[in-house]
Design a protein around this ligand. Structure first.
Ligand SMILES: [Fe+2]
Length: 451
């Protein structure tokens, strides 16, 4: 078996028949995978001595007693205690955690940003992360943060894990490689990746510069929403989620591991790559999902369902039906409803809604909500179609209409989202966004009739 010498190469097992190369299908499955034959113990977790001289170690993403527990058994070249020495604090001033309430920033309002431009500075996954909003409290493991990443450079002999959060990554430009303890995920626009809390990884740029969005989930993990009366199919189907096969590095070079812990960053110096898991089994693993496989369900006669009909993943809070975070996708689809105002209607919502545009044009805002851009409609603030969208939807000939070339998403949370100073002062905020509703006119004049 070849041992990799290039820092950007890891040894990967060949794929199993019926799966994409390097990935295993299914959502939350109890996977098993080994990069060397016989490295994975069978029938037990903790033999007296592991094959190849590996160390057995459990990574738990839930309490042992959670139902169901989420954990993965790793068989690695060194136990993780060898990848964690003394820590020193590091400063990443643009990566914020909740609570982050700046008295000089007004979060009450409807906001929209153009795409944050790339800078001339060389930026990695760590230095290129810019927090836009935070919600809840990282210390009590509730809420979330939204970030934009701008990346030009790969991490080299540099690794990261977040003890605070699970990260949902939504690329908008460029391709990234997540070389993780449990295998490799290559990611491009129209795909998403989930990186579980505690998982160590390195991020490389395959095609840059790269820009995208991150939802940092402080709370309970993302899961598939219940489909209710929709039944067993459509929306996001479990087989379209892909976990990586085992891959490892046996590389002894000075390396840095940066840890996000209770909103602060610390680093530790080690003598080798920590990506040394040769085999693993369990249900706590990173995965990716192709948004093009999302099967939208919607109106086929009249009225627009609530946007929850487009939920891809949901992270529950303690209150049933009230998510810590919903990840919602607005993608290409047919519009066929009769005598219906087809775009999202005007509304106010206890949930706060942060949207991002991956590509194309969003139906409720034909102009201004650009690819790479974001908008925020915070708790109990009214929003809806702009004048152009309203006029068009009110007067359209309602034949079947394909909404094409469009992919936007929403990070929706039960907690109000607070803008960071970066979002309020440095990101390209559109000062005139609120004016998109100004020209909506009073049509009521006391006389009956549709107007
Ligand atoms: Fe909304």
């Amino acid at each position: 078996m070849n041992r990799p010498t290039d820092p950007h190469q890891m040894t990967q097992a060949s794929s199993t028949i019926g799966t994409h190369a390097g990935y295993m299908p299914g959502f939350g499955n109890d996977f098993e995978t080994e990069a060397l034959p016989g490295a994975l113990p069978q029938g037990m977790n903790s033999p007296q001595r592991c094959n190849y001289g590996l160390y057995g170690e459990q990574l738990s993403g839930t309490a042992f007693t959670a139902n169901p527990p989420e954990r993965t058994w790793c068989y690695r070249i060194r136990p993780s205690v060898k990848h964690s020495h003394r820590y020193e604090k590091v400063d990443l001033p643009l990566w914020k955690s909740a609570p982050c309430v700046d008295p000089d920033v007004i979060s009450l309002g409807q906001y929209r940003w153009d795409a944050v431009p790339h800078s001339d500075e060389g930026l990695t996954w760590l230095s290129g992360m810019r927090t836009m909003t935070t919600a809840g409290d990282v210390n009590t493991q509730v809420g979330m943060a939204s970030h934009i990443y701008l990346i030009t450079d790969s991490m080299v002999d540099e690794y990261f894990f977040s003890a605070d959060s699970e990260l949902l990554v939504v690329p908008q430009e460029g391709r990234l490689r997540f070389a993780t303890e449990l295998g490799i995920i290559d990611l491009e626009p129209k795909e998403i990746a989930i990186l579980p809390r505690g998982l160590v990884y390195r991020v490389e740029v395959l095609d840059g510069p790269a820009r995208g969005f991150v939802c940092e989930n402080y709370g309970q993990k993302f899961e598939l929403p219940g489909r209710g009366p929709i039944g067993a199919n459509c929306m996001a189907n479990p087989r379209d989620f892909k976990a990586p096969v085992a891959a490892f590095e046996d590389r002894e070079v000075p390396s840095t591991v940066t840890v996000k812990w209770c909103g602060q960053f610390h680093k530790t110096q080690i003598d080798q790559s920590p990506l040394d898991v040769v085999a693993w089994h369990g249900n706590y693993a990173p995965y990716k999902y192709d948004l093009r496989t999302y099967c939208p369900v919607g109106a086929i006669l009249f009225d627009h369902p609530d946007p929850s009909i487009f939920t891809v993943l949901t992270a529950p809070s303690g209150q049933p039906g009230t998510a810590n975070i919903d990840f919602v996708l607005f993608r290409e689809r047919w519009m066929v409803a009769e005598d219906t105002f087809r775009p999202p209607w005007y509304h106010k919502n206890i949930m706060s809604e942060l949207m991002g545009n991956i590509y194309g044009q969003y139906d409720a805002k034909p102009q201004g909500f650009v690819p790479g851009g974001m908008s925020l409609h915070n708790m109990m603030l009214p929003h809806g179609p702009d004048r152009e969208a309203f006029d068009k939807a009110s007067n359209a000939n309602l034949g079947p209409d394909k909404l094409d070339n469009t992919m936007s998403f929403m990070f929706e949370t039960r907690f109000p989202q607070h803008l960071t100073p970066f979002a309020a002062n440095e990101a390209p905020l559109q000062d005139d966004y609120i004016d998109c509703w100004t020209s909506l006119e009073k049509k009521f004049d006391g006389t009956a009739g549709k107007k």
